[in-house]
Design a protein around this ligand. Structure first.
Ligand SMILES: *Cc1c(COP(=O)(O)O)cnc(C)c1O
Length: 240
């Protein structure tokens, strides 16, 4: 299957899941998670109409930027971001999806202020409260949203989550619902319903995420094929 055919199939599956719950498929953004795939693969996805591409390693992203891999589509950063790499990401990407600590918020604010720009971000929720994962716990995310709203060079667009790895299909549906509830609540109480992005769902579970309210899904292997690295690093978060 080509990247183009894969994207068409994923779009059909998104549309089917959206219709099941009475949603308009057009309100769901498809982000291609292009880590470990080369510039040619990125270009192929863009030619096939992917809405955005997401990278999770700064070095790899900068290399592919040099090759003009992302020309024609918005670029998102979706991986674990170290503070000392914030400078290379702020102003380079349209959206930083993975902001999971107050330290990171502060560093992004500082760098965006230097560039005199406003950086769009998502707050990452660690819905499984897993020790090895970054992100705000559900209890912390309100305070984080409040802190972010006081940063003049940051614009919060919504929430993002990476739930625990499923051992059975459908297991994460309730986690997706929980993050959706947080999103709706924060949106109503703090943002006048102006937030517009709820990023959740990957190759194995994007249909469930759409049924639970995702407005953005991040799909890698179902578009680009299996990645060739050990399972422990499946999301690449350990070595970003
Ligand atoms: C790799 C990755 C994805 C996509 O994972 P697949 O299972 O290949 O679809 C989504 N989100 C993040 C943050 C990732 O690192």
């Amino acid at each position: 299957m080509s990247i183009q055919e894969n994207i068409a199939r994923v779009r059909e599956q998104i549309a089917a899941a959206a219709k099941e719950v009475g949603r308009d498929p057009a309100e769901i953004t498809l982000v291609g998670a292009s880590k470990m795939n080369d510039a040619a693969a990125c270009r192929e996805a863009i030619a096939a109409g992917i809405d955005a591409l997401g990278e999770n390693r700064v070095q790899e992203m900068l290399g592919k930027l040099d090759e003009h891999a992302y020309d024609g589509a918005p670029l998102h950063f979706i991986g674990h971001l170290q503070r000392n790499k914030v400078r290379q990401v702020v102003g380079t990407v349209a959206l930083i999806q993975s902001v999971g600590s107050e330290e990171l918020l502060a560093e992004i604010e500082k760098q965006a202020a230097k560039l005199e720009m406003i950086q769009d971000i998502l707050l990452e929720v660690n819905i499984g409260e897993e020790a090895a994962k970054s992100g705000f716990s559900p209890d912390e995310v309100f305070a984080a949203a409040e802190r972010a709203s006081g940063c003049p060079h940051i614009r919060v667009r919504g929430l993002m989550t990476i739930p625990p790895v499923e051992t059975e299909n459908g297991q994460n549906f309730s986690n997706f619902e929980k993050v959706c509830c947080l999103y709706v609540d924060i949106n109503q109480k703090m943002y006048d319903n102006k937030l517009d992005i709820l990023s959740m769902g990957m190759s194995g579970d994007f249909a469930d995420a759409v049924r639970a309210g995702a407005t953005m899904v991040r799909v890698g292997s179902a578009i680009f094929g299996a990645r060739a690295y050990p399972a422990a690093n499946e999301t690449g978060r350990l070595e970003a």
